[in-house]
Structures are given as structure tokens and as C-alpha cells.
Design a binder for this molecule. Structure first.
Ligand SMILES: Nc1ncnc2c1ncn2[C@@H]1O[C@H](COP(=O)(O)OP(=O)(O)OP(=O)(O)O)[C@@H](O)[C@H]1O
Length: 281
């Protein structure tokens, strides 16, 4: 488990991350969503310890290896897939790492083992990037826009790869993406970030969400939902349909002006809510 506690990051007086709090559990795939410049990559960099942030990242596992695919994968254009991975293994001090062939098979590009990086298609380059990220069998995997630049077929293949080979009960996987459809297919939990702030964390249960005005909630359930404010200072509740039905049955919540929305609508509504303050009631 990883606990991100009050993580903030500032550059030249500008707040890039603002008191980010998250709990990440093994076996789960987290989708991180937000507009350009929201802070997704910066959050990954904080987890990698690549930037000097305020706050804490607490990891209960002392044997941690983080694999990453951040921005476009960097490889030597004139070296082959095999040579590039071999070189990375030595940089990463995985010198006795023998299993490059298996990795290439795993990500489905073994037939391009001896092809130069520069001659690969975009999809193959991304797969090679995933192979590099998977070296040493990391227990945390950060994939920053892994389907960037891929065509629909490439996106589907990357999705299969994540579902079949990357998701693991011993691993925390975080994927950032602008592709809502893809994210809704492969993640367990959705984390929305805007302006460096986490504005919502919600289970990705059935791709149907509830947005409405919160009128009442029982004190026991207060911890369980995030309260957002709209520009009229009204309390807006957002939760999955499943959670809402559970709470309504127990009469622990009253929401009015309910809208049932899919992920795309949820994203648009969330980003347009004039959220100046986010509180958990
Ligand atoms: N070292 C830095 N110096 C100055 N500004 C920075 C630095 N690192 C990040 N930023 C700024 O922080 C903001 C968040 O950047 P970040 O790359 O984390 O966003 P993102 O959510 O990953 O965006 P995208 O979806 O476009 O990849 C941006 O406005 C970016 O310009």
C-alpha cells in the first residue's frame, strides 16, 4: 500500500500539486484523469522521487521497484529492441537480467527483436516502452498516457496488454490518459485531478454515475462521499450508481435533481464545476 499524504509541489511560486492525498492498494489499477497541465505527470514524478515535493509518500513495502512509462519512451534509434532493453537492464543495474526475450514476447513484439527502434511503428514503440517499464517485475507501475499516438487497433492491443499481463495482485498500477473510454475499461478506481488538486476519487463500477444536489446524509456515511460546491455554493454529490443505490436503500442519503451520467459527462461536469473548495463532509 502507498499513502500519499499532503503532497504539494511548487515551481517559481506556482502550485503544481496542492495537498494531494491518496491511498493506493496492491492489485488495483487506478486511472488518473484531468485536463492538460492538471498535474498528472508531476504526481508520477513525485511518486518516483524525481522532484522535491512537500508532504510524504509512505510505502509499506520495503522492496519496492517502480516501473515507468512517462511521456514518449526514450530509446536509441539505431539500436534494436533487444539491444535497447539490454542497455536499459545494465543502466538499471539489472545486469543479470536474462529474460529480455520473454519480455518481448509478453508485450507482443518478439518478432521485432532485431529491428532498429527507429523502424518501429508507434504501437511497437509504446510496447517496447512497456517492456522497459516491466523489467525486473515492478510492484508499482506508472503508465503516463500509454496509448498516446496509437491508432484504434493499437489502443485495443494496449488495453489487452494491461488487462492480461500488467494487472497483477501484487502490483499497484496507475495509468494517466485522456482517453476516457479506454480508462473506463481497464481501471478499478478513477482519480480526477484539476489544477493540481484531487477533486474526486470514485470506484469505476459500472460506468454509470450520479450527480445531484445533496440534501441530507447520515453522519455514518459522511466519510464515504466527496462533497463539491458549485458556483452557487450548493453541495453537489457525485457517486457511482451502485453506491447511490446502496445508500438510498438504507435511507442514508437524499439527493435531488439527480442526473445519471456516463464517464464522459461526469468528466465534463466535474471540470466545469466551479470548485473553489473541496471538502469531504
Ligand atoms: N519543472 C517545472 N517547471 C515549471 N513548470 C512545471 C514544471 N513541471 C510541471 N510544470 C507545470 O505544471 C503543470 C502540470 O504539468 P503536468 O505535466 O504534470 O501536467 P499533466 O496533467 O501531465 O498534463 P498533460 O495532460 O498535458 O500531460 C503544467 O502547467 C506544467 O507546465
Amino acid at each position: 500500500m502507498i499513502l500519499i499524504k499532503d503532497v504539494s509541489y511548487h515551481v517559481d511560486g506556482k502550485s503544481i500539486l496542492k495537498k494531494v492525498n491518496l491511498k493506493l492498494n496492491k492489485g488495483k489499477v487506478y486511472g488518473i484523469l484531468g485536463p492538460n497541465g492538471a498535474g498528472k505527470t508531476t504526481l508520477f514524478k513525485a511518486l518516483l522521487g524525481a522532484i522535491k515535493y512537500e508532504g510524504k509518500v509512505i510505502n509499506d513495502d520495503s522492496n519496492t521497484l517502480i516501473g515507468k512509462l512517462i511521456e514518449y519512451p526514450a530509446f536509441y534509434p539505431n539500436l534494436s529492441c533487444f539491444e535497447n532493453l539490454k542497455l536499459h537492464a545494465s543502466y538499471a543495474q539489472l545486469d543479470d537480467y536474462q529474460d529480455i526475450d520473454s519480455l518481448l514476447k509478453l508485450v507482443g513484439i518478439f518478432n521485432a527483436k532485431n529491428k532498429k527502434f527507429k523502424s518501429l511503428s508507434m504501437g511497437m514503440k509504446q510496447r517496447l516502452g512497456v517492456a522497459k517499464a516491466l523489467m525486473g517485475n515492478p510492484n508499482i507501475l506508472l503508465l503516463d498516457e500509454p496509448t498516446n499516438g496509437l491508432d484504434p487497433m493499437g489502443i485495443k492491443e494496449m488495453r489487452n496488454l494491461i488487462e492480461k499481463e500488467i494487472r497483477s495482485k501484487d502490483r499497484i498500477v496507475m495509468i494517466s490518459s485522456h482517453n476516457l473510454n479506454e480508462i473506463s475499461h481497464i481501471t478499478d478506481t478513477l482519480i480526477f485531478i484539476n489544477n493540481g488538486k484531487i477533486i474526486l476519487e470514485i470506484e469505476n463500477e459500472d460506468n454509470v454515475y450520479i450527480i445531484g444536489k445533496l440534501k441530507e446524509i447520515s453522519s455514518e456515511q459522511q466519510e464515504e462521499i466527496t462533497l463539491l460546491k458549485n458556483d452557487k455554493n450548493e453541495n453537489i454529490a457525485i457517486l457511482s450508481k451502485k453506491k447511490f443505490e446502496e445508500m438510498s436503500q438504507n435511507k442514508t442519503i437524499l439527493i435531488e435533481e439527480i442526473q445519471y451520467v456516463d464517464l464522459e459527462k461526469l468528466y465534463i461536469e466535474l471540470m466545469s464545476l466551479a470548485v473553489t473548495e473541496v471538502k469531504t463532509i
